[in-house]
Design a protein around this ligand. Structure first.
Ligand code: FES
Length: 81
C-alpha cells in the first residue's frame, strides 16, 4: 500500500497574508486535478514560525518562505518520494 502523504498548511493570520492564501488555492487545485485519495491536506494554527512564513509542512518537513511560484515543484517532488 502506498504511504499517505500529508500536507499541512499554516492558516495563522501572518502566514495566510504572507502567501498561504494563494498557496492553499494552488494546493487545492493540484489535489482536485489528481487522484487525491492518498493526499491529506489540513490546516494548522500558528506554529510560532511567523517570521519564516509562510510555512507549510510536507509530511514532517517544515518548509519556510514558501513562494507560490515554487509550490508545484515542491509538491511534485514530495509526492513522488
Ligand atoms: S502564522 Fe504561520 S507560523 Fe505563525
Amino acid at each position: 500500500m502506498k504511504d499517505k502523504k500529508t500536507i499541512t498548511i499554516c492558516m495563522g493570520s501572518s502566514c495566510f497574508s504572507r502567501g498561504n492564501n494563494h498557496n492553499l488555492q494552488i494546493i487545492q487545485d493540484y489535489i482536485k486535478d489528481r487522484d487525491s485519495a492518498d493526499i491529506f491536506l489540513s490546516g494548522a494554527l500558528c506554529h510560532e514560525q511567523c517570521s519564516r512564513g509562510p510555512v507549510l509542512y510536507l509530511g514532517d518537513t517544515m518548509l519556510s518562505f514558501v513562494d507560490s511560484s515554487e509550490i508545484l515543484d515542491l509538491l511534485e517532488t514530495y509526492l513522488k518520494e
